[in-house]
Unconditional design. Structure first.
Length: 169
């Protein structure tokens, strides 16, 4: 079963984020707290949305998908960025990942989103193979750019005066 996440799911979502980070060999980078997730998903201004996958027999949470809207200046429409898709190892191969992606694709259609995008680690061959089996187009010509930590602070220190602080989100 696929359903929208609730406040009660926050501990499971956090646990699965850490499981995913361990799988991706970066558990030390998964620092989100339950409080941060609660605010991000259910606060006054949600930054993201989540779906839960449950085992039909036990009702146990076996996976989740966390996404947020994005905007394309080229199409003039919103799209969806899938931040995390995770299915616990014991539940893989049972259709949960495909069901989560199908539910997200339906959300895109329902909301008029033209694009549904996400990243996948190049070394993660089983996941790349799973995505390509669904018809996903891998965009090799694009590179992911990230600015964080000290370089982010250094660049921020060079900012000119902000004319309208209300435009910052």
């Amino acid at each position: 079963m696929i359903r929208h996440a609730t406040l009660d799911d926050i501990p499971e979502i956090r646990a699965m984020i850490r499981e995913l980070a361990a799988y991706e060999r970066a558990v030390e980078q998964a620092r989100a707290t339950e409080e941060q997730l609660r605010e991000a998903l259910f606060g006054a201004y949600p930054a993201a949305h989540a779906l839960m996958a449950e085992d039909d027999d036990t009702g146990e949470a076996v996976g989740f998908a966390l996404w947020f809207p994005r905007f394309s200046t080229w199409t003039g429409t919103r799209g969806m960025h899938l931040e995390d898709l995770y299915v616990r190892p014991q539940a893989r191969g049972s259709g949960h990942g495909k069901a989560l992606l199908a539910a997200l694709a339906a959300t895109c259609r329902r909301n008029g989103y033209d694009r549904f995008e996400w990243w996948v680690l190049a070394w993660n061959t089983p996941t790349v193979d799973f995505y390509t089996s669904l018809g996903v187009e891998l965009l090799d010509e694009w590179k992911v750019c990230r600015l964080s930590g000290e370089p982010l602070g250094e660049l921020a220190a060079r900012t000119p005066e902000v004319v309208d602080p209300a435009c910052e989100g």
